[in-house]
Design a protein. Structure first.
Length: 421
């Protein structure tokens, strides 16, 4: 009996150790080949070209930055060509820019980062809750820890449809994705749990308009986009001559959906404009400060401070995803985006080195994030959390195979012991 207990305990310990090994190996990419030797930008782009050509029937615009400068690009499409000036709808990447707009108001003393967001709203209020709505502060809304349970996810409105008003959308979004609740309200204790909220960023859109008295797009272009040199970027009415074709996963042209929740999902921008935005995250070559006067360097740093961990992994700042530690006390930062039916985008930069990547695509709902994950692994040697989620199935197979071997070994060991006995 004692021997059986020892075998069970040893098996459990080995299983626990195997789980730890798989978790560590997944995060550190032990079984991931590098797409190219470190620093070989041309080799990296060649590897990702192959991924695009096999996985997408849509379009792609890609740029890799090294030390703040464009070191390589790749453009391709199955229809009308795209280039650095082509405008893509970048989906949830819009939130990173909205955060810039909010932090500009914080920096200018027009709002308090730790004040309840409701303090600044004139046209709509959070509905009554069993929790304290005052706990939904501007900081927490930016970081998705304000207790909002809308789950949005906006699908958008097809051409010819009347857009919902912003207050009505906050009450119940008519274009909510099927999995979303769609009602913006405080449904859990603020500050206790990270829960992604597109509705929170629609709330910030309303805050910006109510505080400034300006239309959201007009404010964002005046305060953020144009000062950063992003003169062709807009949240509404993109230049049709430069608008990239929208593709579905079947390779056919897809519907161009439009949004009430501009701040959450509706920025149109290009590789050229995003390059300027990433360059503004670091000091310029001629002594220009990071933030380029739109935000102060210390404000940028505040946006990159860890506010949330998921599975123990730092993942979120203020409107900014923290993809992986950069080995210099900070993180590779940026944001991804997904819109229906198959828009996927990412923009990432290591503020310590000026190395970064931009991928804008449609026709594959995960392609840009997969390429961005490859780049993060290639640059840092650490696999980011979105990539871990994408590859969860293969990781579980590795985990299960090892666990089965451990259990089989324990059974064989126990059986041999009984025979000797």
């Amino acid at each position: 009996m004692a021997r059986a207990v020892r075998i069970v305990v040893a098996t459990l310990l080995l299983l626990a150790a195997w789980i730890a090994v798989v978790a560590m190996g997944t995060r550190d990419g032990w079984w991931r080949p590098l797409p190219a030797p470190h620093g070989d930008v041309a080799g990296f782009i060649t590897a990702e070209k192959a991924r695009y050509l096999t996985e997408s029937k849509g379009n792609i615009a890609l740029a890799v930055l090294s030390d703040g400068h464009v070191a390589g690009t790749y453009f391709n499409a199955h229809g009308r060509p795209v280039d650095g000036a082509s405008l893509f709808q970048v989906a949830s990447m819009s939130k990173w820019f909205t955060a810039f707009g909010v932090m500009r108001l914080v920096q200018d003393g027009r709002i308090d980062l730790d004040a309840p967001v409701s303090r600044y709203l004139k046209r709509w209020k959070l509905p009554p809750s069993q929790f304290d709505n005052n706990g939904a502060t501007v900081r927490r809304v930016l970081a998705h820890i304000a207790g909002l349970t809308d789950g949005l996810g906006y699908r958008g409105f097809p051409p010819g449809s009347k857009l919902q008003s912003l207050p009505d959308s906050l009450t119940h979004a008519a274009d909510a994705m099927p999995f979303a609740d769609g009602h913006v309200r405080v449904g859990i204790e603020p500050g206790t749990k990270w829960q992604y909220s597109g509705g929170g960023y629609a709330l910030l859109q309303l805050l910006i308009e109510d505080v400034t008295g300006e239309d959201f797009n007009a404010y964002m272009r005046k305060a953020v986009l144009i000062p950063l040199g992003m003169t062709h970027s807009t949240f509404v009415d993109p230049d049709p001559a430069h608008l990239a074709v929208f593709y579905g996963p079947d390779g056919k042209p897809a519907i161009h959906y439009k949004f009430t929740a501009l701040a959450a999902a509706s920025l149109y921008t290009s590789v050229d404009d995003l390059t300027r935005f990433l360059q503004a995250q670091i000091p310029g070559p001629h002594g220009e400060p990071a933030g380029r006067g739109v935000l102060k360097p210390e404000t940028l740093k505040a946006m990159r401070v860890v506010t949330t961990k998921i599975y123990g992994i730092p993942i979120w700042g203020l409107g900014t995803i923290l993809y992986a530690p950069n080995g210099k006390g900070g993180f590779v930062v940026g944001h991804d985006g997904n819109n229906f039916p198959a828009i996927n985008t990412t923009a990432r930069i290591d503020p310590a080195t000026g190395d970064g990547i931009i991928v804008l695509s449609s026709g594959n709902g995960t392609l840009a994030s997969e390429i961005g994950g490859d780049w993060t692994w290639w640059h840092t040697g650490i696999v980011d959390l979105p990539t871990i989620v994408f590859e969860a199935k293969s990781t579980l197979i590795i985990l299960a195979a090892g666990a089965i071997l451990i259990v089989l070994a324990a059974i064989v060991f126990a059986w041999r012991g009984r025979r000797r006995a």
